[in-house]
Write a protein that binds this ligand. Structure first.
Ligand code: SF4
Ligand code: SF4
Length: 68
């Protein structure tokens, strides 16, 4: 099953730590919040460790949901 890091905007303080922490540059700032590109994410969990606000979790990608 394809999983990807996912930002919980309600908890995110836009500190950008996760953006800088991601080793494959899968996280970019879109408007005021970071967004994960699921096609780049390697599920390494580095961003989760970098986030001091518990704003990052894992979830099944939209693409996988669409495929059932
Ligand atoms: S899990 Fe790893 S690859 Fe995926 S967004 Fe977080 S730091 Fe980047
Ligand atoms: S490290 Fe956490 S709080 Fe900071 S921008 Fe990333 S998700 Fe938001």
């Amino acid at each position: 099953m394809e999983m990807s890091a996912f930002i919980l905007e309600k908890l995110c303080l836009a500190c950008k730590h996760c953006v800088n922490a991601c080793p494959v540059q899968a996280i970019t700032m879109m408007a005021h919040f970071p967004v994960v590109d699921p096609t780049k994410c390697t599920e390494c969990e580095t961003c989760i460790e970098s986030c001091m606000h518990g704003a990052i979790t894992f979830r099944v990608t939209e693409e996988e949901k669409a495929n059932g």
